[in-house]
Design a protein around this ligand. Structure first.
Ligand code: ATP
Ligand code: MG
Length: 704
């Protein structure tokens, strides 16, 4: 800016130094916005200063600090309440507040999509948002109950759905979408939760250094003496086969005993009766007993050798001992219209037992979600009219050494979300330009629909082929599935197998793997177990036993209709595909905001910024692409009144007050500041500024 003396320049430099130190709070203001190095440098600077939040336009990027920062106080909540998004430093509360106000003023349902890899801070972010609403939204006594229940649903779902993994001591092992419903006064009056794909395999097996779901340890460590006696449990997790696989009974960051108290109380707040809690805990204990059921006898004819276990088990499940024993050792087959019991061999019997444990736990989890939903059901006697803010906390892109069916589903989910993201961001950019009467210049981007189709297309997508193999009687196996993939989608640009790969790729691929070229990178999937996991079968006679249970929760989880149903239930992948399609519909009908979470290092340490790891995440999260789209046209845009209010002091013509049309005021102002015509455009209600440096010069002028 032209009218500066040398003294002023010195002051301006000190302002610049501040920016050098803390970086820019919106990536769109990066001069070199296509440079990944500049992007990461900006993150690093801010992280060092404990500034964990940065925007890309309206997207919030968050880096897990791995320490408690003093930025979530009630004062902070107040500071963000009703304030313009850009006038305060980036914060999760700003996103929460912005969604809330858009919902209130525009009457449009909102959703906040939180993504990032395990340990990046998604669940913490969603809890912060919920707390923000609980504290800042208006409340009556009745609303207070809803708020309490909304908040208390977290410890309950985390107890049953989270576990310690190598990546995160409190890792969510399910995806979660939660609607918060607000009445016409803007008070939260209800909620609804949808859960996705609980990692049931964890019930029966954990990798070294990992644990089963928290609730098992909480019950064993925290449960009262009487309770444990009633459940036949010992106060030692190492006694239970289903808890010892990871050899990790204690975690330093977790206090199972006090967590137990929190969960117990939460169950009461949510409205579980004593009876329901008892039945729920009977089920949890029975899973542990089930794990200790031992088989012996001849290999081809398994029998149960642990008498006491099975008695406890039968009592807790509320079923007959001999019927249960038979169901755990035999399989019912129907031959020529006659029912026969055919003995299981040792391996089959243990896998039937594990299948029962997984089914019981998985279905109980779903029951729990339904129960919470019932307690959150909107019950105002006035009209059923409410607005919604949805929160999505769902697993990010996963690439491990060994990737299986679960990673396949998770990464497919991320492809779908990426597609939605691209469509909606581009669309909202385009809409804004149109609304403001500014010409939209199309942006080039990679459309990942081609990968979604590869996975989900009817008849010829990977899921269809998998289902086909699952249904095919005879010699179908994981390897025939792989062969069929090669025959069907072998020519696809995003699909490779060992056989089809070039020499270089072949070196890093097993013969039992296929590779997908995801938008975020390549992943090799090992086909071993795909068919079983997709089938997710539970022998019919085990289902029958569960239907006969006296435990009311179990009879809700296993109903007779399922037995009479001639049609096979949908496979796991097909169910997941359908639930994702529904999720997309839900999200499409709302106005989205995004929170992209980044994990700074693999050792859960504060202050460590692992650049390689972060670069991967910036790529997986598609942040550079996001920035490119956002910057394709104009870096910065502000409503006229906001712009004028902030900068009017820089121009004698607009100071102290501008009485005329707002756009004329802004014109006068920017002309005085020497903006060149190619540097900005005037829309209907906003000024669009093409380059960050223009804005910086204006900001600096303000500081002098
Ligand atoms: P997963 O996919 O495994 O569920 P996640 O993304 O949900 O992972 P979180 O459980 O939210 O990860 O975060 C992991 C841990 O990181 C938390 O238990 C907490 O210790 C720390 N953490 C995350 N966000 C913050 C924050 N904003 N402030 C302080 N600590 C945080
Ligand atoms: Mg989580």
């Amino acid at each position: 800016v032209r009218y500066r003396s040398d003294g002023v320049r010195a002051m301006m430099e000190s302002a610049l130094t501040a920016r050098d130190r803390v970086g820019v709070q919106d990536f769109v203001l990066l001069e070199n916005y296509t440079s990944e190095a500049a992007f990461i440098e900006n993150l690093r600077k801010r992280f060092k200063e404990n500034l964990i939040y940065t925007y890309i336009g309206s997207v919030l990027v968050s880096v897990n600090p791995y320490k408690d920062l003093e930025i979530y106080t009630k004062n902070h909540m107040e500071r963000y309440r009703g304030v313009n998004f850009y006038e305060v430093s980036p914060h999760i509360y700003a996103v929460a507040d912005n969604s809330y106000r858009s919902m209130r003023t525009e009457g449009k349902d909102q959703c906040i999509l939180i993504s990032g890899e395990s340990g990046a801070g998604k669940t913490e972010a969603s809890k912060k948002i919920l707390q923000y609403y609980a504290v800042t939204c208006p409340a009556s006594e009745q609303v207070q109950t809803v708020k309490d229940r909304l908040l208390q649903s977290n410890p309950v779902l985390e107890a049953f759905g989270n576990a310690k993994t190598l990546r995160n001591d409190n890792s969510s092992r399910f995806g979660k979408y939660m609607d918060i419903q607000f009445d016409f006064k803007g008070a939260p009056v209800g909620g609804h939760i949808i859960n996705y794909l609980l990692e049931k395999s964890r019930v029966v097996h954990q990798n070294h250094g990992e644990r089963n779901f928290h609730i098992f340890y909480q019950l064993i460590e925290g449960g009262e003496e009487d309770l444990l006696r009633h459940l036949g449990l010992e106060r030692n997790p190492q006694q239970y086969q289903y808890l010892i696989k990871g050899n990790c009974p204690k975690v330093s960051s977790i206090n199972d005993r006090s967590d137990w108290k929190v969960v117990r109380k939460a169950l009461t707040v949510i409205g579980f009766s004593e009876n329901e809690v008892e039945e729920l805990l009977n089920i949890i204990a029975s899973v542990l007993h089930l794990g200790n059921v031992q088989y012996g006898g001849e290999d081809s004819n398994a029998c149960i050798t642990s008498d006491i276990q099975i008695k406890y088990l039968a009592r807790l499940l509320g079923v007959n001992v001999s019927v249960l024993t038979e169901a755990l050792t035999h399989k019912k087959i129907i031959a020529k219209g006659e029912e026969l019991m055919s003995p299981l061999n040792l391996e089959q019997a243990s896998s039937a037992r594990d299948a029962l444990a997984k089914a019981v736990y998985g279905r109980t989890f779903t029951w729990l979600v339904n129960k919470i939903n019932a307690s959150l059901t909107y019950t105002s006697d006035s009209s059923k009219n409410y607005s919604v803010i949805g929160l999505l906390d769902i697993y990010g892109f996963e690439v491990f050494q060994h990737n299986s069916f679960e990673q396949f589903c998770i990464n497919y989910c991320n492809e779908k979300l990426q597609q939605l993201f691209i469509e909606l961001t581009l669309k909202s950019e385009q809409d804004e330009y149109e609304a403001e009467g500014i010409t939209w210049e199309p942006v080039q981007y990679f459309n990942n629909k081609i990968i979604c189709d590869l996975v989900e297309e009817k008849f010829k997508g990977i899921i269809s082929i998998l289902d086909e193999e699952c249904l095919r009687p005879g010699d179908a196996s994981d390897l025939t599935f792989l062969e069929k993939l090669e025959d069907t989608v072998g020519g696809h640009a995003h699909f490779v197998t060992h056989k089809l790969a070039d020499a270089k790729t072949r070196k890093v691929m097993g013969r039992d793997e296929f590779r997908l070229l995801h938008y975020a990178g390549e992943v090799n999937y090992n086909v071993n177990g795909f068919l079983d996991k997709n089938n997710d079968l539970l022998f019919r006679n085990l289902k029958e036993v569960m239907c006969m249970s006296e435990n009311k929760i179990l009879t809700q989880c296993f109903n007779r209709e399922e037995l009479s149903d001639k049609k096979r239930p949908d496979t796991a992948a097909t169910q997941f595909k359908a639930s994702l399609a529904k999720l997309m519909e839900i999200l499409m009908s709302k106005e989205p905001s995004y929170v992209r979470c980044i994990k700074p290092n693999d050792s859960k340490q504060s202050g460590r910024f692992d650049e390689v790891l972060i670069r991967h995440q910036v790529k997986y999260l598609g942040l550079m692409e996001n920035l490119r789209v956002r910057r394709a046209g104009f870096a910065y845009r502000r409503r006229y009144e906001v712009f004028l209010q902030r900068y009017k002091s820089l121009c004698p013509g607009t100071w102290p007050n501008w009485d005329g049309k707002l756009s004329d005021g802004v014109s006068t102002l920017v002309k005085h500041l020497g903006y060149k015509p190619e540097e900005y455009k005037m829309g209907r209600s906003k000024i669009f500024i093409r380059f960050p440096k223009t804005l910086f010069a204006t900001e600096d002028a303000l500081e002098t």
